[in-house]
Design a protein around this ligand. Structure first.
Ligand code: DHB
Ligand code: MG
Length: 222
């Protein structure tokens, strides 16, 4: 859940201005799915993705869990003319919402909406490999499965990025979370493994950026 404080508002107001397409997409999500609106990326995180794309010279990106298309728009804007982002959604309603929203953007042609279970859709993208970057923001219990795919299909020097890698404050605990509102034990175990694997300095140059939700960023060195 995002509740940007004054510091984040200050940073975003200076460095992460939203386009009309971003604003439209946010409003459309808020209207269609008010409860999902707070799980959308914030502008600060969108701008971090843009910076990473530009630094890595990324051209071919895959996003796992695109919801209304807000983060795909940030990604697409930073890509070169011939860049693409495969935007995966499992829910047909989210997929349709994204298709409508991206039409508002001048960068829509770079966004390829993909409908289906991400593990299956990723297999269909094997033929596009190697890709330059994966942004993982879907079911928290499957992050390691997406990492397994990424280790095979992201190029050396490419980027593996995951959102929510602090797991709502639970990733830092060394015992499984308890309580009604806590994430599942599986999500906790998977997120711990995701971060531990990406922290391996022999394989990655990496950090868990302390955004509000936590964003693990890893350059693949193999
Ligand atoms: C949740 C999922 C997200 O991707 C996010 O950024 C915030 C919250 C959730 O499942 O609650
Ligand atoms: Mg997220």
């Amino acid at each position: 859940m995002r509740h940007p404080g004054e510091t984040e508002e200050y940073i975003s107001s200076l460095f992460a201005s939203e386009t009309e397409a971003h604003k439209h997409t946010s409003e459309a999500l808020k209207h269609a799915y008010p409860k999902l609106y707070p799980i959308q990326l914030g502008p600060l995180e969108g701008k971090i993705l843009q910076l990473l794309i530009r630094l890595a010279g990324a051209k071919k990106v895959v996003e796992v869990g695109s919801l209304a298309g807000y983060s795909a728009l940030w990604i697409a804007e930073a890509l070169p003319e011939d860049g693409v982002v495969y935007a995966i959604n499992k829910d047909p309603k989210h997929h349709a919402l994204l298709e409508g929203n991206i039409k508002k953007s001048d960068h829509a042609r770079k966004i390829i909406p993909c409908l289906g279970d991400a593990k299956q859709v990723l297999e269909t993208l094997n033929e596009k490999a190697p890709l330059d970057m994966i942004f993982i923001d879907a079911d928290k219990s499957a992050y390691v499965a997406y990492l397994d795919w990424a280790e095979k299909h992201i190029r050396k020097g490419g980027l593996i990025v995951g959102d929510n890698t602090l797991l709502f404050g639970h990733a830092c605990q060394d015992v499984p979370p308890e309580g009604e509102r806590a994430p599942s034990k599986t999500a906790w175990r998977v997120m711990r493994e995701f971060n531990e694997r990406l922290a391996n300095a022999e394989k990655y140059t990496s950090i868990l950026l302390p955004t509000e939700e936590g964003m693990t960023v890893a350059v693949k060195e193999f």
